[in-house]
Design a protein around this ligand. Structure first.
Ligand code: ADP
Ligand code: MG
Length: 452
């Protein structure tokens, strides 16, 4: 029985836990100190340009009941930049040119500033809880994007209002492409020199976010924009939130679009950190090389099954403590798990990658979140230094822009909807035959769901 094996090495585990705790405490103290310094610097600069009067934003008592704010954030103070929150202009200052993306919950269109003629992107915010006051998630999307000034993060020009309080639009710089639509239209995958240029810019934006205590939580190719000068900008902060060290407990697990969701999230971890974004970066890296999403699960169980097929089965050695995650308790895994080396499967799937490339990809896709490199480590990885070198953005090819033309509707799983029903329990899922019945892939890659 699985339980007895666990009991046997309880002492070793206790020791391991103690060591880990000490390590974490050290890391926490270091980060805390760094945070205090940053906080002091921020306060000093806020002090310098404090506005005359600051409008108070009340979230209303009902917000506590919304699933998004169930995340145990000791009431999070939304820090507004000094002097920058004032009456919004009206959306009539913009003239719509064409719809770019007609989503399930929101709309993005190409529009023109009537007075200056400047072309912009207009995103109507999703007001899922409009009847309960201005949703905290919409405030976060605006506020976090507004704070994130980086060459590879889309810039928010202003927020404009329509007729009612639920008619709120973000005005952003217009970008010709998103990587998902572009890849769907391209006949060939990007060259590796191009992939490197794209990936370096993406990692640079993600490093900036993590360095500023922001988790994006929905990194995927459709949220990564590209202009016709080879410049990348990360967009869609609809799932983003602030984090801390140690990370807040009981964060929302239902984050990140399924195909880009990390194994710890799928296994129901109550707390997580920047490594959930790094996992998504691994999925994006693979997708850029293959010209199609790397792990296209049909549901959460299937997603996990595909992950295990590519990255191997977790063991107590490769991922200490994973068995304690809520959805992992009754997973049935093959006993010969560790015979499948993660790196070699990745290498076989990407035979054209150099060993540095395969090393980067497989480390980003480490099952154990602690083994994933940070976005900063990624920037310094040898893969980017070896030939073929990243192509200069000035030489990046240009492509016809879909966003500048007709409306479209995309086929891909959408980001988790705030307040979606709790997901299927992973309990009683049998992965023990995961590599046995490859011919039965259609039915879920060799695992079975035991009902009742
Ligand atoms: N600044 C922009 N310029 C051009 N297109 C954009 C811009 N922002 C978003 N889009 C397009 O709209 C789509 C949806 O925008 P996004 O912010 O991701 O909204 P959602 O929350 O509905 O996913 C993107 O995938 C992209 O194709
Ligand atoms: Mg999006």
């Amino acid at each position: 029985m699985a339980g007895s094996r666990w009991a046997d090495d309880a002492e070793a585990k206790a020791l391991e836990a103690q060591r880990k705790k000490e390590k974490e405490e050290k890391k926490r103290l270091k980060l805390e100190k760094q945070r205090q310094q940053e906080e002091e610097a921020r306060r000093a600069s806020e002090e310098a340009n404090r506005p005359q009067k600051r409008r108070r934003i009340s979230l209303g008592p009902q917000d506590d009941a919304t699933p998004a704010s169930k995340e145990s954030e000791a009431p999070e103070l939304l820090k507004l930049e000094g002097g920058s929150w004032g009456p919004c202009r009206n959306v009539s200052n913009y003239e719509t040119l064409n719809a770019i993306e007609e989503g399930t919950y929101g709309w993005v269109s190409r529009a023109k500033d009537v007075s200056t003629g400047e072309v912009v992107a207009l995103k109507k915010l999703k007001m899922d809880f409009a009847y309960e006051g201005f949703p905290v998630t919409a405030l976060r999307e605006i506020q976090l994007l507004r704070e994130s000034h980086h060459p590879n993060i889309v810039s928010l020009k202003e927020v404009v209002m329509g007729a009612s309080l639920s008619d709120v639009y973000m005005v952003m710089e217009f970008m010709e492409h998103d990587l998902k639509t572009l890849q769907d239209d391209k006949l060939e995958p990007f060259l590796q020199s191009e992939v490197k240029t794209l990936l370096l810019q993406i990692a640079s934006a993600v490093h900036f976010l993590h360095d500023h205590w922001i988790l994006h939580r929905d990194l995927k190719t459709s949220n990564i924009l590209l202009d016709n000068r080879g410049l990348i900008k990360i967009a869609d902060f609809g799932m983003a939130r602030r984090t801390s060290s140690p990370p807040p407990p009981n964060l929302t697990q239902l984050v990140v679009t399924l195909w880009y969701r990390s194994p710890e999230l799928l296994l129901g971890t109550p707390t997580y950190d920047t490594s959930v974004d790094t996992w998504s970066l691994g999925c994006i890296f693979g997708e850029l090389l293959l010209k199609e999403p790397l792990l296209q699960g049909k549901n959460e169980v299937d997603q996990l099954s595909r992950i295990f097929e590519l990255c191997g089965i977790p063991t107590n050695d490769t991922w200490p403590g994973f068995k304690r995650l809520p959805n992992a308790k009754s997973l049935r895994l093959p006993s010969n798990a560790d015979s499948r080396a993660h790196g070699s499967i990745v290498r076989a799937k990407f035979p054209f990658l150099t060993s540095a490339g395969a090393d980067l990809l497989s480390s980003l896709l480490s099952l154990n979140p602690e083994n994933r490199p940070s976005a900063k480590d990624m920037l310094n990885h040898p893969y980017f230094k070896e030939k073929p070198k990243p192509i200069s953005t000035a030489l990046f090819p240009t492509f016809p822009s879909k966003a500048g033309q007709e409306r479209r509707r995309r086929i891909e799983p959408h980001a988790p909807q705030r307040g979606e029903a709790p997901r299927v329990s992973m309990a009683e899922v049998d992965f023990s035959g995961i590599f046995a019945g490859r011919e039965e892939e259609q039915r879920g890659a060799g695992f079975s769901l035991r009902m009742g």
